[in-house]
Design a protein around this ligand. Sequence first.
Ligand code: MF3
Ligand code: CO
Ligand code: CO
Length: 275
Amino acid sequence: MTGADVLDDFKGRVTKDGIRIHDDAGFAGMHAAGALAARILDDIAPMVEPGVTTEALDQAIENMVNAAGAKSATIGYRGYKHASCISVNHVVCHGIPSPKTLKDGDILNIDVTVIVDGWFGDTSRMYVAGNLNRKAERLIQVTHDALFKGIEIVRPGATFGDIGHAIQTYVEANRMSVVRDFCGHGLGQVFHAPPNVLHYGRAGTGSVLEEGMFFTIEPMVNLGRPETKVLADEWTAVTRDKSLSAQFEHSIGVTADGFEIFTLSPSGKFHPTWR
Ligand code: MF3
Ligand code: CO
Ligand code: CO
């Protein structure tokens, strides 16, 4: 498949870089989709404990999507079969839910994308099974804060390079590394659309942000080197040096004077210290 994930009949303006400009109805659609994705990540949080399997977490997520009358964007996406990606420890992203149980001290990212009335809400955050060790805690904190360093750049007139630069500068100042092999993406009535939202780069480069653009920012940060490899299952991406990796993701819209985060946690559980 090339280009956009689905053919549709978008009626609005598209920039020269292929980025769609959405109107108020788009913001309303994204707000609803983002809220559901965030609520599901809130509601799964109490289940993340040593001894639970990642496939049990995924099944609970699938049930929540169905109970809400929504659709999972990932089931059937390029052959993927699950309602979530669950990436444990040195898994960078796209971890496949499995019968393996979590053990004390495991850190994991859970990534959920739902479709509500045709709009896509995509968000992920970190969880801890049991007790969090110091190094993992620092990785999670830096990754969380790196996402917000990027989000704070978002307003009309800034560039995508400004976002990447803010994230990279912050992560590297903390002696960690930004994954280059995966990026954020435009979304809206499609899952993955232009632009590629890089989590590294140079200030002032890339497309200029305009009101009405919708995209994700989803930095992956490693304690060791940035290189990744994809396992034989063709999904699971891991750090080559087996170092610990973390990720947080929000879906965002550009407003007249800044940004709206569509996937804010309704009960304040975005950061794993909610416990
Ligand atoms: N939700 C992921 C993202 O942030 C994409 C997952 S695709 C899947 O873009 F097929 F692996 F689920
Ligand atoms: Co995404
Ligand atoms: Co995602």
